[in-house]
Design a protein around this ligand. Structure first.
Ligand SMILES: *Cc1c(COP(=O)(O)O)cnc(C)c1O
Length: 389
């Protein structure tokens, strides 16, 4: 079999070594506790599941869905954005449901990137921005995110010849993996800059309602005129604990939304309609679950920060997202540190290097580990005591 270059170019599985170590520990009979996965542990709320049960019995939902989604779902997306951010979208032209936002994030590269084009991608970042670009034949120019700049990219530092070949800028706040947030003034600068250089902006915002201490994340569309250059990806996954059902959305620039709809209509046949009905129920149903989940995550976050500081890591409690991003002592790589935690504590964390070069020196822990396991994992770290001494 002679595979295509794009498959051969896929990066080696960074966590292969870690997976091998986990398997070896399990074989020894060790109960592994993982903080590595950003996937809500709390089930989908009952009122949303009730809608799935009802919709499953309706034969209208047994047939091919339309690629562009039910009109009621597109209306629900527009209504949700208006309620949450006071911004308006034309449901028919400016919203599109996705089979989970990851799918749209990967496919939108096919709408923007020709071979030889550049995508501006933060480093560290969710890996799909880079892989989608590579599949479309483009290349990435990585924008370092550093604590000195509060994990925001420096657009003015991008060389002119790179800017002139760049077609799209990727952003993600609240951020995975760093937990950083961006103020509206940052997005104002981004929109101005993108218009000046005729570069599309794709903002990935799945954590806009996963926030703590009263903080309210923003949408890029709170910047007037953002629709001229931007789309925003969003999702029911993290807000309503619906990762397993696969439903997300994109909103914004009608030319790009239409292009993505046309690409997708040639690849997939839409989202199962019963799942679209769940998403509609989530938008119009009771919203108390969102705050309830955030209270649980916030408590876990605080426990985690306390223990990580106790073992000598530098960490700020994130204002939003599901992640605690902890700085390792100088000279320790994230891969080595993660391997030692498995070996010596049976605890799994994600090495920051997996999100890019600038993620090196950090580890990511997710607050989606159930309380009893979380306490057990933290107790093991406390007893282990860290690298000092
Ligand atoms: C979880 C996540 C997504 C994907 O969410 P789905 O809608 O479940 O595909 C997208 N971007 C980031 C940064 C995420 O962390």
């Amino acid at each position: 079999m002679r595979l295509a270059g794009r498959v051969q170019a896929l990066p080696p599985y960074l966590f292969a070594e870690i997976s091998r170590k986990i398997a070896a520990k399990r074989a020894e009979g060790v109960r592994i506790i993982t903080f590595a996965i950003g996937d809500p542990d709390i089930p989908t709320p009952a009122h949303i599941l009730a809608e799935l049960h009802r919709a499953a019995d309706d034969p209208a939902n047994h047939r091919y869905p339309e690629s562009e989604g039910l009109p009621e779902l597109r209306q629900a997306i527009a209504d949700w954005y208006e309620r949450r951010f006071e911004v308006r979208f034309d449901p028919q032209r400016e919203t599109l449901p996705l089979i989970g936002s990851k799918e749209g994030i990967a496919h939108v590269a096919l709408c923007l990137i020709d071979p030889g084009d550049i995508a501006l991608v933060p480093d560290p970042a969710y890996p799909v921005y880079e892989i989608g670009t590579m599949f479309a034949g483009g290349s990435c120019y990585r924008l370092p995110l550093t604590p000195e700049r509060e994990w925001l990219p420096d657009l003015e530092a991008i060389p002119e010849d790179v800017v002139s070949r760049a077609k799209v800028l990727w952003l993600n706040y609240p951020n995975n993996p760093t937990g950083a947030v961006a103020p509206l003034e940052f997005f104002e600068k981004v929109v101005w800059w993108a218009k000046r250089h005729d570069i599309a902006v794709c903002h990935d915002n799945p954590y806009c309602d996963v926030a703590y201490d009263g903080y309210r994340p923003v949408s890029i569309f709170q910047v007037p005129g953002a629709k001229e250059v931007a789309v925003e990806f969003n999702s029911w996954s993290k807000i309503y604990n619906m990762t397993g059902w696969r439903i997300g959305m994109v909103v914004g620039n009608p030319v790009l939304v239409d292009a993505l709809m046309r690409v997708k209509s040639n690849i997939d046949s839409g989202i199962p309609q019963a799942i679209q009905r769940m998403a509609i129920a989530a938008v119009y149903g009771p919203q108390e679950c969102v705050d309830e989940h955030n209270r649980i995550y916030q408590r876990r976050r605080d426990r985690m920060v306390e223990v990580l500081r106790g073992i000598g890591l530098e960490v700020e409690p994130p204002k939003a997202s599901l992640y605690v991003w902890a700085k390792l002592p100088d000279g320790v790589t994230s891969g080595e540190f993660a391997a030692r935690l498995i070996e010596e504590c049976g605890v799994v964390v994600t090495p920051g290097r997996g999100y890019g070069e600038h993620g090196e020196g950090y580890i990511r822990l997710s607050v989606t580990t159930p309380d009893d396991e979380l306490e057990e994992g933290l107790e093991r770290l406390r007893r282990w005591g860290g690298l000092r001494g």
